[in-house]
Design a protein around this ligand. Structure first.
Ligand code: PLP
Length: 265
């Protein structure tokens, strides 16, 4: 008999994007493309398109707990990630469930503000992410503004990026990837600090496009899928960086604003 649950299974714990380009929708598409089976715990629902986030609502605690329990009772998740968590209460609920169940290595994408400027995490929830989620994180993947908020440090150059990564490791994240997409350079350079203490920079050419909606979600989902398949952290980060760079290089024409990535690139 074929072994039940033998196929690599991944989990995203995040918010939906009705526009299809970011959040859970981007996560599931990416995890599927990277040949894993994707499950999802919906924390929040957004009314959203490429022009922005029009509204959102986080789900009641009971329903989130029940989604976690449903998955734990049946699937065998090998790696998981968090995305939009809305507010401090929901960060607490998610952290409690992640302490309760083993869903493999956890990638924390500390989503705070959407490209269009909408807050996806209440400002007073950043402390909860720092205290409750970072200690559980196998990997944390902040962009520069998120890394600055989490560390309280100013990051304007490579040395400061490396210092911030070390501080995030002290806060409990085993591995750190600080994404340089928000820097003003011709190359997008991300800094990876591994649990072993080894570190490296990964870079990709900067593409002049506003079709980058869901970039962070796609990157963290790709890493999650590769970890589920047994890749090392360094391999997963390098593969994901390539995957996202290709998806940005040849974007598809969907919507009037910050369009989604091309997942078939
Ligand atoms: N909406 C949801 C539900 C998300 O999780 C995210 C990013 O993580 C976004 C929107 C923001 O996407 P972007 O900043 O790439 O436009």
């Amino acid at each position: 008999m074929t072994e039940i649950n033998a196929f690599p299974q991944t989990l995203t714990i995040a918010g939906t994007d009705s526009g299809g380009g970011a959040g859970i929708m981007a996560d599931i598409k990416t995890m599927q493309e990277r040949h894993t089976f994707a499950a999802a715990v919906v924390v929040a629902v957004t009314a959203q398109n490429t022009l922005g986030v029009q509204d959102f609502m986080a789900l009641p605690a009971k329903l989130i707990d029940e989604q976690f329990a449903s998955l734990a009772a049946d699937l065998k998740i090998s790696a998981c990630k968090t995305g939009m968590l809305a507010d401090a209460e929901h960060v607490e609920i998610v952290a409690a469930n992640l302490r309760k169940y083993d869903f493999g290595p956890l990638t924390v994408d500390p989503v705070m503000i959407a490209k269009g400027g909408a807050p996806l995490l209440a400002a007073d929830a950043i402390d909860s992410v720092r205290q409750l989620l970072l200690p559980l994180a196998t990997l944390v993947t902040p962009n520069l503004p998120e890394a600055q908020r989490l560390t309280g440090m100013t990051i304007t150059n490579a040395d400061e990026t490396e210092a911030a990564a070390h501080y995030l490791q002290q806060l409990g994240a085993k591995n750190v990837l600080i994404k340089g997409g928000h820097a003003d350079q011709s190359e997008v350079r991300d800094f990876a600090l591994l649990a072993s203490g080894d570190s490296f920079w990964v870079s990709a050419p900067r593409v002049a496009t506003k079709r980058t909606h869901g970039t962070g979600d796609t990157l963290s989902s790709c890493i999650t899928a590769e970890l589920a398949k047994g890749k090392t952290m360094a391999q997963a980060i390098r593969l994901a960086k390539k995957f996202v760079a290709a998806a940005i290089a040849e974007t598809i024409q969907v919507g009037h604003g910050h369009g989604p990535l091309n997942h078939w690139a």
